[in-house]
Design a binder for this molecule. Sequence first.
Ligand SMILES: Cc1ncc(COP(=O)(O)O)c(C=O)c1O
Length: 457
Amino acid sequence: MDDLRSNDPASVIAADRAHVWHHLIQHKPFETIDPRIIVEGKGMQVWDIKGREYLDAVSGGVWTVNVGYGRERIADAVRDQLVKMCYFAGASGTIAGAEFAERLVSKMPGLSRVYYANSGSEANEKAFKMVRAISAKHHGGKKSKILYRDRDYHGTTIGALSAGGQQERNARFGPFAPGFIEVPHCLEYRAQWEGPDYGVKAADAIEEVILREGPDEIGALCLEPVTAGGGCIVPPAGYWERVQEICRKYDILLHIDEVVCGLGRTGTWFGYQQFGVEPDLVTMAKGVASGYAAISCCVTTEAVFDAFKDADDPLGHFRDISTFGGCASGPVAALENMKIIEEEGLCENSAAMGEYLMERFRELEAKHQVIGEVRGLGLFAGIELVADRETREPLAEKLVAKVQAEALAEDVMIGAANRSVPGFNNVLLFAPALIATRDDIDRIVAAVDAGLTRAVA
Ligand SMILES: Cc1ncc(COP(=O)(O)O)c(C=O)c1O
């Protein structure tokens, strides 16, 4: 049946069209056009069921396949693990889980405990629950509120959406959980304050919210190191230093969501390491095993962990379970993934190719009036498109989509902010695998150049 099906694309497409409910997409057009079915990947390339080859500049659509497709050593390690011990609930350990945790925290000075789960949303839920439990046990219910930032995204579950700063992701899914409070974004291109030191001003705005809510009420501040889907926002100079200072001043736990930036994406193991901050909780998912297995982690300091140690309190430990956090395939894939990143110098490549990508995008900026700003760090980059450079009016979404479609016509898959910030889904997004070469970057840039020329000129 499987063989028959792979030789019969039309029947696969028919089954998909009839029965699969795809993520994040309107299905009405599938009444007349075929859904895309991806069947194979190697390195940076993927092939669809009709045999068409693409260069994937978005690592599996949502910035996940950091080490590229077709890594046999990860598949072999997962296979060997599965036949020996596929699963056991996380109240017990596995060899791979112990090994990966040790190796992971060796890259994260100051952090020492790894809680396994299986999606970014879930890892963030764990962090939120830890903060709430610490509030209940150690602060008499004070310090239960969690701050999140406008334009940041932390996942798809109702709890994570309650910390969601992308209003179009949240729309129609409320009501949300109480106790999540928004702070302003820090995108200087869309400045909310005048004058110099924008990074410090944007961080000061967090302090204002803390003072308004009452420092005693705030347990944690949850931030992406670089806002990803909300428009590729690299915080301006001075921001992170001030954020750290504020968290220390008011005894607020700093939770960094590394779901996108984690594992080399920005050119260091973690995005926060670009800015010298010391978080209390770090969550990660996508690049942890590059999509070869589902795994996420919530990594904490020993102090956070110790807050749950009390043998006399029946509710004192972290009463949380992730069934699939016990899948041994996750850490085994993550271990191989991490070895590949180390052996092939992929953090360094991400930094070097990221610089080259920005350089090439700046050439496009000089050529195309429709580019308002190019931003990025390592191999995560964004191009904000505007209808008018003077007024910075965002380019119409239909035209942004057309640029993307025209790049696809060049066989290059690029991304764009998708039902994220109302009126500001005008940022093209790029996150090629960390193995990208200068030739790959040149192809991506050429496709964007062609896309901009055809869609907008
Ligand atoms: C920054 C960030 N956090 C969390 C998530 C949620 O991850 P998942 O889709 O694995 O639940 C995402 C997903 O895109 C993300 O971009």
